[in-house]
Design a protein. Structure first.
Length: 138
């Protein structure tokens, strides 16, 4: 089987999250954010590591930015807490764990960390956001 491209991996992450988490709209385009949203973009720094094994495996890293309305800070932070949790219907971690092949034949996909939990601007819209780093081996 041909290794999926980085573009396909990012889209597969977005599709997986949209399908698994009710009400979450995931995209690979940071200019098309409709809250609550997940935006899948390359991580800062190294986002691809090549030839990780003898069979030529590649490890890709993506930043999944989850953004919610900041209309009421307390409820916005509570919403983000639900996405950060390892259980529940809004859990980013649980959604990826349940579909590690992402529908594109990835060897694995894992959420390795979460950070942020702060105000972020998306094309003129302020939102509360957290960043999730996802590693995908292909």
């Amino acid at each position: 089987m041909t290794q999926p491209t980085y573009t396909a991996i990012r889209q597969a992450l977005a599709d997986t999250l949209t399908a698994a988490i009710p009400g979450l709209r995931a995209t690979t385009n940071p200019l098309q954010v409709n809250l609550p949203a997940a935006v899948v973009v390359p991580v800062q720094g190294t986002f691809a590591q090549y030839s990780q094994t003898m069979d030529g495996a590649v490890v890709y890293r993506a930043d999944v930015i989850v953004a919610v309305s900041n209309a009421d800070g307390d409820s916005g932070f509570a919403d983000l807490d639900d996405y950060i949790s390892t259980t529940g219907t809004k859990s980013i971690w649980a959604a990826i764990q349940a579909n590690q092949q992402l529908g594109v034949g990835a060897h694995y996909a894992v959420v390795t960390e979460a950070s942020g939990h702060a105000l972020q601007n998306f094309s003129g819209v302020d939102a509360l956001a957290s960043h999730f780093v996802v590693e995908v081996g292909v």
